[in-house]
Design a protein around this ligand. Structure first.
Ligand code: MN
Length: 229
């Protein structure tokens, strides 16, 4: 049994409250984007890294995790959308911890296929043709989702609602796209309910599909930043 957990984005307190609610026997599975925007990215990393190390949780890589990994690997990345604050928090930690974070993030898979091949978990969700693939197209889609190739009014990549046409055999669980409430469309479950923007942090329990959530204790990040979650 699993409890899929939406984009945490540094919301350590809400995560602790949510984990306390998860029924026994459900292994937490993080859908990525552990850091940035919320108040305590280091606290979230420390908690989740410990759980994963002990075999008590699983996680996939989000676009924010990927960018933090590249930053910690010395790559030149833009530090917008909360990354600057995360790097600032990390600069106050030991080099050993920063190395552990880099190694942890670098080892995060882009997709997990769980529950006897019945669920595909990735950050932005993979359509049937890209599930179980380990190529650059699948990686790009898993991190950033399906886009039209055009930009929206805010200059950000315009996203496609690919779940509307999903007919795959597997249940898909993903985050990345902020929804007011958990959405299940054609067995594609989006569980990012925008905690860092003052929404809530959500867990989806499998197999019962029970939804648990914790309301954000504050609005940590402006909503106009959310399209690049
Ligand atoms: Mn996100």
């Amino acid at each position: 049994m699993f409890a899929f957990i939406g984009d945490v984005h540094g919301c350590h307190e809400e995560l602790s409250m949510l984990l306390a609610q998860i029924p026994d026997g459900h292994k937490p599975v993080f859908v990525g984007d552990l850091t940035d925007r919320g108040p305590d990215s280091v606290g979230v990393l420390r908690l989740v890294m410990g759980m994963v190390r002990e075999g008590k949780a699983l996680a996939v890589r989000g676009n924010h995790d990927d960018k933090l990994f590249r930053a910690l690997s010395g790559k030149d990345v833009k530090t917008s959308h909360g990354l600057a604050e995360t790097l600032s928090q990390l600069s106050r930690e030991t080099e050993t911890f920063r190395n552990e974070v880099r190694e942890f993030l670098g080892n995060l898979p882009i997709e997990l296929i769980l529950a006897d091949d019945s669920i595909s978990v990735s950050h932005a969700g993979l359509s049937e043709d890209l599930q179980g693939k380990n190529n650059s197209k699948a990686k790009g889609r898993a991190l950033f989702g399906k886009t039209t190739g055009k930009n929206d009014a805010n200059g950000l990549p315009e996203r496609m609602d690919w779940a509307q046409e999903y007919h795959g055999g597997r249940i898909v669980v993903h985050g990345h796209t902020v929804m007011q409430n958990v959405r299940n469309l054609n067995n594609v479950w989006c569980i990012d309910t925008g905690c860092c923007f003052g929404g809530k942090l959500t867990a989806l329990c499998f197999p019962g599909m029970q939804v648990l959530d914790v309301k954000a204790l504050a609005v940590y990040s402006p909503r106009d930043d959310f399209e690049t979650d």
